[in-house]
Design a protein around this ligand. Structure first.
Ligand code: F6P
Length: 471
């Protein structure tokens, strides 16, 4: 069987992980030969030419150091101040400094040069996320003939938002060098297809147009999942039970509404707190009877927009406290730190409501993990943004428009008042969906499509032609 080489910006580390990617992929490599390749997390004076191998909790991980300037342009700059906001349709929060593209490109070249010598001819290369869109192009330029797949963990943007990205033509051409592109949701494939099939005229007049040929690239939705059974076990583990007891002591009879997110403007945290404020304002009977716990470990905090989101959230939480708190009752707790999975599993299990309301999200694995951790006899209710990829998987959640805080407040009330039989019925349907879309099948589905055995091989090629301007 071919080896699998996973490539991502961050490699798996030790300690609590804020995102679900590391947890999901660690499992894939635990079961197949191969290694993980990525940034070491270290900055060096000169860009590393060769990768260093390390054993991280039994995984073979090859890592390279980046220079400070390259890392800034590639990560905080092009990836997280241009691609991230644009792909999440927050052009208002994008900082378009097109020179960052050079650093982004340079780091992708550095990845390719360090990775190529480690590859065997029939290795299957699986590249992850928006940091590394050009990697297949760069590897192919150096002569790689391997099957190379790309998985986008975040949403694919609408055509207009894509046009706002400097060098978007290059990026689309880079995507055409992959054999397979996986997206989180049908919505993302539709956006990609829209772009590929209906090209706008070139941005600047007078240039020739050249077709980008997507006919060798398959594009398909592979919604990522979690391991709901593992979460079910974790939720009754000693560490989870300890967290449950600790929380029960402080909550007493109050029902818990729980949010767990990286501190990111795409997560809709201020809107969420506003919805909670409206819940308390509209339903006096719920004061002293509920408590919102928002766990939000800071991320990307060198970027101004993230600091501003953090400040806005501080102010919102302060406002709700000032308005509703009493000497012996606090309406909410806001915790800016990361917790390990066992503690989170305990919190999920205890919560009456899982509040997962991003403004836009690739999938959202918190929704999956919340479902996995519930007590089948007394499950909580998932209130879920219709703009998370997870909404395509979980129609039995209470789906809300997170921009409409009245609607979210009302969904919270319905969730809190929901009778046990309806909670059980909805949870059963959610758990069935979480089991059907588990992470093992996700990885297997992607890898089987990327490198089918000769028996399975059917042609799935599509005829996307993209007319791009050639500067
Ligand atoms: O959701 C996209 C993603 O890149 C995840 O893959 C990752 O876990 C998370 O964001 C954290 O991002 P960063 O590496 O920038 O902290």
């Amino acid at each position: 069987m071919s080896r699998i080489v996973i490539v991502s910006n961050r490699t798996p580390g030790k300690g609590p992980a804020a995102g679900g990617l590391a947890v999901a992929l660690r499992k894939v490599l635990g079961e197949r030969e191969g290694f993980w390749f990525g940034w070491s997390g270290k900055l060096a004076e000169h860009p590393a030419q060769e990768a260093r191998f390390e054993d991280i909790d039994g995984l073979k991980v090859a890592q390279i150091d980046l220079t400070r300037d390259d890392h800034h342009a590639y990560y905080a700059g092009f990836s997280n101040s241009i691609l991230w906001p644009s792909f999440h349709l927050r052009l208002d929060l994008a900082t378009i400094e097109s020179h960052w593209y050079e650093g982004y490109r340079r780091v992708n070249q550095q990845f390719a040069r360090a990775l190529l010598p480690l590859l065997q001819p029939d290795d299957i290369v699986w590249v992850h996320d928006y940091h590394l869109i050009p990697l297949a192009s760069e590897l192919r330029q150096l002569g790689a003939r391997n099957r190379i797949g790309f998985y986008l963990h975040i949403p694919f943007p609408t055509t207009d938002a894509l046009y706002a990205i400097p060098h978007h033509e290059d990026l689309m051409r880079d995507l055409s060098r992959y054999d397979l592109i996986g997206m989180q949701a049908r919505r993302d494939v539709a956006a990609f297809t829209e772009f590929a099939e209906h090209q706008a005229p070139s941005t600047f007049g007078g240039h020739q147009v050249r077709a980008i040929d997507f006919s060798r690239t398959e594009v398909e939705a592979f919604p990522i999942g979690s391991d709901p059974q593992a979460f079910a076990r974790l939720a009754v583990s000693p560490a989870a039970t300890k967290m449950i007891h600790r929380m029960k002591r402080s909550l007493g009879e109050q029902r818990l509404i729980l949010g767990v997110d990286r501190l990111d403007y795409s997560k809709g945290l201020p809107q969420r707190v506003e919805a909670y404020e409206k819940l308390l304002a509209n339903n006096a009977r719920l004061r002293r009877a509920v408590h919102l716990l928002q766990v939000a470990p800071p991320s990307r905090d060198t970027i101004k927009e993230y600091q501003e989101t953090s400040d806005t959230l501080d102010a919102m939480c302060g406002r709700v406290m000032g308005h509703f708190a009493e000497p012996d009752w606090q309406p909410l707790t806001y915790v800016k730190r990361a917790y390990g999975q066992p503690s989170l599993a305990g919190l999920y299990r205890l919560a009456r409501v899982g509040l997962v309301t991003p403004l836009r999200d690739g999938m959202n694995l918190v929704a999956h993990e919340f479902v996995g951790a519930q007590d089948p006899e007394d499950p909580g209710v998932l209130v879920l943004s219709r703009f998370a990829g997870a909404a395509e998987i979980f129609p039995d959640a209470l789906l809300v428009n997170p921009f409409d805080t009245d609607e979210t407040a009302e969904a919270l009330r319905i969730a809190l008042d929901m009778p046990l039989d309806e909670r059980q019925e909805r949870w059963r349907a959610l758990m069935d969906a979480a089991l059907e879309h588990n992470v093992d099948d996700w990885a297997l589905g992607f890898l089987t499509r990327l490198a089918p055995s000769p028996m399975d091989k059917t042609s799935h090629t599509r005829d996307f032609l993209y007319l791009a301007s050639v500067a």
